[in-house]
Design a protein. Structure first.
Lengths: 305, 426
């Protein structure tokens, strides 16, 4: 998990006067599940398109497995774009075979694997049907199968959970887990933080084309979400702030949360509280990824001093 | 630059999926039917100028009238075939009331009992002044046949009156027939029927080139738009270079076109051999094999030019409706070549024909048309092919650049200026 599978070095891309990606650098460790996070319009899709060489960057390098990526190397990546299309009039087996060929498989091999995937997805009896006769859910399964049919060492999924129903969402999460088990590197973009929190072990948070947080998820959380105490107490806010180790009181969802002063230990603060005010309940809470995300993005939008 | 192992699946998909459509087989079936109809058209027109006519000849001289009848019969016998002109002469003695007779005959012409009236007064033999009355005095062939017959008969009457011996007279006034003979490039002589046939053939072959260029160019454009609007293009260009995708599509659709040509050729050879055309054209048309080779060459070179342009247009727009206007502009390049086809066919060696037919976008129709009439000098053919290849090269570069930018460009409908800018960027 220490070697980088994919690295971006100072990648920039502008469309006219709009800078979509600005000097973006991050590394995706081999075998990791990597979340590319950011609000809509942050530059996630542009970044992925640059990795896939659909869009060429104005500056910077993309390195895959230690080599600058080119049209041959990119075949090792399975890519599922956000806008997923299929030839509506094509037959199911023929279509999957075609996408396998496009992804570099020989025709006979592509056909064999396509047949196997249809069996696995329970679509074997639909092999001769036209794509347009399939339900939307089946089409989505087919698109996912096409993404990994050439058994890539890395999979890139752009907003894979959009437009999925809860069952399909769970199936995709299971697939991602299975790929992690097999050692496939997974990079996916999302703006839904709980999903990222659940699945990723590494993230890069980008906003307005720049990376604002990047690294192991647990390290980021340890660094950026200091523990706080959620208390139930009849004491007033002023009484609580007066306790040593307490920096501020805020109310979140009707609960009072005490932010601790820098350097203050949890244990010491709880002891000081218990001694100073009556307590009916106390609990340690941490910022979720979403809290970190919102704080950082809002901070990023503040005028730069 | 191009990786054929990448182009190949795209090409095969295009080819097979199109061969499986109903449209392909329908057009394969209907186009020959249409073309046979077109081919029969000149014959049909010719037949319309021929036909059966009844003409009244008003003269006091019965012998003169029968002489006219004999002459028109001879004419008809000399030129058989679809354009045969059979004239029946109805001899009428002038009555005392010439005005009443004339009025009655005119009425018969108006009600179509008669095609016309030859009014030959007694003084006409000497003065040579004869009238022909008809509702249609521009039926050129009928009028000239009658004029020739009347003229010969009157001349004969004058010679008899001058005392020439009747037997010698027959020999001296024997009919003179002029048979049109066409000289081929190889100095070979072919008859009139062959001439009419080659006109029909030239028309049909040129029209086929024109039509297939429009159809297949349009298929390429529609295919590109479909890939773009279904968004499958994003998956494709993550694995293929845009140029590979474009070339695969153009070659795939082109292969469909060639297959269709092959089917038609096979059918034509078999049907031709069985003599089904014999009724329509007089004889089985024997196509010069050299012409057939150029037929395919001009289709292929024309196709590459237009398919490239249509692919560029398709890539720039999001829907067929959006592309409509620019596509119309494109067909405006092709339409003039069809309009100019007739003047060029009539004067294949005129300076304007030579210059227009060498313009690469017109050449598939106009240069080929010239070839069907008369093989142009070899240097012109060579120049034409070189110019077309150069044009294909330039169009391919332009199209690839526009395509590269266009296929991933969604949103606002681009202007022609935008497309031009993409071609500089790409």
């Amino acid at each position: 998990m220490t070697t980088a599978h994919l690295e971006l070095h100072g990648v920039s891309k502008s469309f006219g006067r709009v800078a979509a990606v600005r000097e973006l650098s991050f590394a995706v460790p081999r075998g990791s599940v990597f979340g590319l996070l950011g609000p809509n319009g942050a530059g996630k899709t542009t970044t992925i398109r640059i990795v896939m060489r659909i869009t060429l960057p104005d500056a910077g390098r993309v390195v895959l497995g230690g080599k600058d990526i080119d049209d041959e190397l990119r075949e090792r990546i399975g890519y599922l774009p956000e806008e997923r299309g299929l030839y509506r009039r094509m037959r199911v087996l023929e279509h999957l075979t075609f996408l396998g060929e496009v992804r570099g498989l020989a025709r006979s091999e592509a056909r064999r694997r396509a047949g196997r995937w249809l069996d696995r997805l329970g679509l074997a009896e639909k092999a001769g049907r036209r794509i347009e006769e399939l339900s939307k859910g089946m089409q989505q399964k087919l698109q996912f199968a096409a993404t990994v049919i050439h058994e890539p060492e890395m999979v890139i999924l752009d907003e894979p959970f959009t437009a999925l129903d809860p069952i399909a969402t769970r199936q995709l999460k299971e697939e991602i887990g299975a790929m992690r088990e097999r050692g496939t590197t997974v990079l996916f973009s999302t703006h839904v933080m709980p999903q990222a929190e659940e699945l990723c072990d590494h993230i890069c948070l980008i906003n307005r084309g720049r990376a604002i947080l990047h690294g192991r998820l647990d390290a980021i959380r340890a660094e950026h979400s200091r523990p706080a105490l959620e208390v139930e107490s009849p004491a007033t806010d002023a009484e609580l702030v007066a306790v040593s180790g307490v920096a501020a009181v805020r109310v979140a969802d009707g609960r009072r949360v005490l932010e601790l002063a820098p350097g203050a230990g949890i244990e010491a603060a709880v002891k000081a509280l218990a001694a100073a005010v009556p307590l009916t309940g106390v609990q340690v809470v941490r910022d979720s990824l979403e809290d970190i995300f919102v704080k950082r993005v809002e901070g990023d939008h503040a005028p730069l001093a | 630059m191009l990786r054929w192992r990448k182009v190949w699946p795209v090409l095969r998909r295009e080819y097979i999926s199109r061969l499986q459509t109903r449209a392909f087989w329908l057009s394969t079936l209907l186009v020959p039917v249409l073309l046979v109809m077109l081919m029969a058209l000149p014959t049909w027109f010719l037949r319309r100028t021929g036909g059966e006519f009844r003409v009244a000849v008003v003269t006091a001289d019965a012998e003169l009238a029968s002489e006219i009848a004999t002459r028109t019969r001879e004419h008809a016998a000399a030129r058989p075939g679809p354009g045969r002109l059979a004239v029946t002469i109805e001899h009428l003695e002038p009555t005392a009331d010439a005005e009443a007779q004339r009025t009655e005959l005119k009425r018969r012409v108006v009600v179509k009992e008669l095609a016309g009236i030859v009014w030959l007064p007694e003084t006409g033999v000497a003065s040579g002044e004869v009238e022909y009355l008809s509702t249609n005095v521009t039926a050129v062939r009928l009028v000239s046949e009658l004029e020739s017959a009347v003229s010969t008969a009157v001349t004969k009457r004058r010679l008899l009156d001058a005392g020439v011996d009747r037997e010698r007279l027959e020999a001296l006034t024997r009919r003179v027939g002029m048979r049109p003979v066409r000289i081929g490039e190889d100095l070979r002589e072919t008859g009139e029927a062959a001439f009419e046939r080659s006109f029909a053939l030239a028309y049909v072959l040129t029209f086929t080139v024109y039509m297939t260029l429009i159809f297949y160019g349009y298929y390429v454009m529609r295919g590109v738009i479909e890939e773009k609007s279904s968004r499958i293009v994003e998956i494709l260009v993550a694995n293929l270079r845009p140029m590979e995708l474009m070339v695969g599509k153009i070659f795939g659709v082109g292969a469909v076109g060639l297959s269709q040509y092959l089917i038609w050729a096979l059918v034509a050879v078999n049907v031709g051999a069985s003599g089904v055309f014999a009724g329509a054209t007089g004889n089985v048309p024997l196509i010069d094999p050299k012409l057939l080779v150029f037929f395919v060459i001009f289709f292929v070179l024309g196709y590459f030019q237009y398919a490239g342009l249509y692919a560029a247009v398709g890539s720039a727009f999001n829907t067929e409706e959006e592309a409509q206007q620019t596509q119309t502009l494109l067909s405006l390049v092709l339409v003039p070549s069809m309009v100019l086809m007739f003047p060029v066919m009539a004067n294949p060696d005129a300076t304007f024909s030579v210059i227009l037919s060498l313009v690469p976008v017109f050449a598939p129709v106009l240069f080929f048309t010239r070839m069907t009439v008369q093989m142009p000098p070899a240097w012109q053919t060579a120049l034409c092919l070189v110019l077309m290849l150069a044009s294909i090269f330039l169009i391919a570069r332009f199209a690839a650049a526009v395509y590269r930018v266009g296929i991933l460009m969604y949103g606002k409908k681009p202007t022609l200026r935008d497309i031009w800018r993409w071609s500089r960027e790409g």
